[in-house]
Write a protein that binds this ligand. Structure first.
Ligand SMILES: [Zn+2]
Length: 272
């Protein structure tokens, strides 16, 4: 009896050693979460549901692995944590239902072709490559800095845009209304990995914060940082404008983890 008790005790001690703690305050599509892990081991998070999986790579030496509840998941999904190739945590969770705004617009569209189409494909590949980069942690704060002095949402994350009756795109960031020239702040410390004019997003800044986290600032009238430069949380990276495909001055703010889009308004409320 005593031996059995001791064995049970040892087994539970071993389980406690490998157990990682989960932080996931919201379960809406686009919610950010993380596991607190032992920084000495390599970890990854796998989210699966709706017939596909999303992999979030951890960085050795970091005590957190971040992940996102991907947009497009409905109902139940599986959340797993792997240490090396061993699954050390697994749980079935349910996505909280959320309605996304649908905006229907009728416009004369010009099909993208030739050199312009090639440019758009090239720029999209560049962004995908940047957002997939997982580098060591570059921030300290546990809260995002608001990207503008005042946050007034004009188009939320996940809004569906239907152009000429055809489902064309999903809005992968949050649009904030602001006057032209309003300062735009870095949401966290990090390295500027892109600071240039792109076809759709106009003057664009992307910051790599490490651990797979990137933020994007689009349609700027002016960019005030350079590629390769390190910026501090709250530092001005540019000014609000209407460059690229835009109908008026606003900031499009995006938040990505391992190239999976998160809802900036949820992330602004969460702990990192
Ligand atoms: Zn936008």
């Amino acid at each position: 009896m005593r031996v059995l008790f001791l064995l049970l005790f040892l087994a539970s001690a071993a389980a406690a050693k490998t157990s990682a703690s989960l932080y996931l305050p919201y379960r809406y599509p686009g919610s950010l979460g993380y596991f607190k892990v032992n920084p000495k081991s390599p970890y990854k998070v796998v989210v699966s549901g709706a017939g596909r999986s999303w992999v979030f790579k951890g960085v050795e030496g970091s005590s957190k692995v971040y992940f996102v509840v991907p947009y497009g998941l409905k109902g139940r999904f599986k959340l797993s944590l792997y240490r090396g190739r061993r699954e050390v945590f697994s749980r079935i969770l349910r996505v909280s239902p959320k309605r996304f705004r649908v905006s229907r617009i009728w416009v004369k569209t010009r099909p993208l072709k030739g050199a312009l189409l090639r440019r758009v494909i090239r720029e999209n590949r560049l962004l995908r490559r940047i957002f997939s980069q997982v580098t060591p942690k570059k921030f300290r704060s546990s809260k995002l800095h608001p990207p503008l002095p005042r946050l007034v949402v004009s188009t939320p994350f996940g809004a569906k845009r239907i152009i000429n009756r055809k489902k064309r795109s999903i809005h992968w960031g949050t649009d904030f209304r602001a006057k032209r020239g309003t300062p735009v702040y870095a949401a966290l410390s990090g390295r500027v990995v892109l600071a240039r004019k792109l076809y759709f997003t106009g003057n664009t800044v992307v910051i790599d914060h490490g651990l797979g986290i990137h933020t994007l600032y689009a349609h700027l009238s002016r960019i005030t940082v350079k590629e390769g430069q390190f910026v501090k949380r709250g530092q001005v990276v540019g000014r609000v404008g209407s460059t690229g495909r835009s109908t008026g001055p606003h900031l499009h703010f995006g938040f990505y983890v391992d190239d999976v889009k998160a809802d900036p308004m949820l992330v602004l409320k969460e702990q990192l």
